[in-house]
Design a protein around this ligand. Sequence first.
Ligand SMILES: [Zn+2]
Length: 99
Amino acid sequence: MTTVILPRNVRPEIVCPSWCTVSTEDHIAELANLEGYAIHWSSSSGGVEHSSMTYTDGSPGPEPGQVYCDGWTKDLTLTEAEQLAHAILAAVKEARGAN
Ligand SMILES: [Zn+2]
């Protein structure tokens, strides 16, 4: 475990990707628990959202980005599978910055 020490009177600057929905205050509050990294979360679209872990300056952290599929735990109809596939592809494109 890494100990993160934040100076009292210095507010860390957090560089977020354009799609991040996490407030700066929430990022700062989580820094100590995340060993100085920020985890950025997208909004949920079609039950799909994605996250990435970065250093506070926005450079990539040690973990690759991830895509989460909420509420898709049942067998899918063809239409549902197609919607999920489109939502996953949109999340991947957004995470990679290719919209
Ligand atoms: Zn963020």
